[in-house]
Design a binder for this molecule. Structure first.
Ligand code: NAD
Length: 317
């Protein structure tokens, strides 16, 4: 199939693009290489994708080069558009909320419009567990997102989801809204806890945790990519799915597991951060039943793979 991936040079995008190329798809990547984290890192992702095979890449922005991106979509004519491009990160969204309106909302509107203009059959949108806001420590089902978000990042993702509904109706294509839960693994985003902790512990530095008894439904990158690929078979006009592991890990347990790999784990206690939620826990029943999605990598296994990767890429984490 012809598949366009926006944000394909990012963390999730690079793993996904490799998988699509390996499966024989014709892949077009549009990525502006935003400097939210090192551009060099994204260039390394592109080299890593290249090891999997040929693909087309254009360094273009859905915001700043909209007309060119539209032309690229029109000439490529993708059957599926996988829209991952966004600025991620909750804390940063509190500092520069308007950028999230531009990148995560307006960028999504452009991706949805260009997909419609070139008669795409299916758009897959990268949403986030953050749209659930702060809820009890219970598994989150898809219908439990009701706009009670606690950060500008979450507000932007929830807003972008509404545009997905609108454009699915306007253009008569299918949309899969996938809510990812804290994805980690090799080439993990440098601003995210697991990548940061492994980097700091490798350099024998202390790590800082924010709050106690917080929990995250950590999802190994290969499982996340499986979830995206499984959503190709989605049949509804708009299908919303949690893509998580289904098993929350408390911060204290994460630290215990890091001690398996590092001898000195010194932890500094910081205050719970504004905009964060205390816990995330995905109910993945819907994705299991409708997409055949089944996460396979346990947290201890995923962490071991990530630490091993980091040890082999010391200068790159
Ligand atoms: P990432 O920052 O590594 O990748 C995003 C990519 O999008 C970057 O390479 C960036 O340069 C590109 N980009 C941003 N704005 C663009 C624009 N206007 N035009 C073209 N390219 C643009 O982030 P990631 O962790 O790979 O996340 C991918 C998607 O999944 C994002 O939408 C993110 O919000 C969502 N998500 C990620 C997680 C996670 O745990 N990593 C969790 C929930 C949701």
């Amino acid at each position: 199939m012809k598949i366009a991936v926006t944000g394909g040079a990012g963390f999730i995008g690079s793993h996904l693009s490799r998988r699509l190329i390996q499966e024989g798809h014709d892949v077009l990547i549009i990525d502006e290489l935003h400097d939210y984290y090192a551009i060099e890192r994204k260039k390394r992702h592109l080299e890593w994708i290249e090891e999997a095979g040929a693909f087309a890449f254009y360094r273009k922005s859905l915001i700043h080069d909209a007309d060119e991106v539209k032309s690229l979509f029109m000439s490529f004519n993708p059957e599926i558009v996988i829209h991952l491009a966004a600025i991620p990160g909750v804390p940063h969204s509190i500092s520069v909320p308007n950028e999230y309106v531009d990148y995560d909302i307006k960028g999504t509107i452009n991706a949805l419009r260009f997909a419609g203009e070139c008669n795409t059959k299916h758009v897959i949108f990268a949403s986030s567990s953050s749209v659930y806001g702060e809820q009890q420590n219970i598994p989150l089902r898809e219908e439990m997102a009701q706009g009670k978000v606690v950060s500008p990042y979450a507000a932007a993702k929830y807003g972008a989801e509404s545009f997905c509904h609108a454009y699915a109706s306007l253009y008569n294509y299918k949309v899969s809204i996938l809510r990812f839960f804290t994805v980690y693994g090799p080439w993990g985003r440098p601003d995210m806890a697991i990548t940061k902790f492994i980097k700091q512990l490798s350099a024998k530095q202390e790590i800082t945790i924010f709050g106690s008894k917080t929990a995250r439904d950590y999802t190994y990158i290969d499982d996340c990519v499986n979830g995206i690929v499984r959503s190709f078979r989605q049949e509804q006009r708009v299908g919303i799915f949690n893509i998580g592991s289904g098993s929350p890990i408390f911060i204290e347990e994460l630290i215990d597991q890091l001690k398996v790999h590092f001898s000195d784990v010194n932890v500094k206690q910081g205050k719970f951060r504004q905009g964060d939620v205390h816990s995330t826990w995905a109910d993945i029943t819907k994705a299991q039943q409708q997409l055949g999605y089944n996460p396979k990598v346990s947290f201890s296994e995923g962490l071991a793979k990530t630490v091993e990767w980091a040890k082999n890429h010391e200068t790159e984490i």
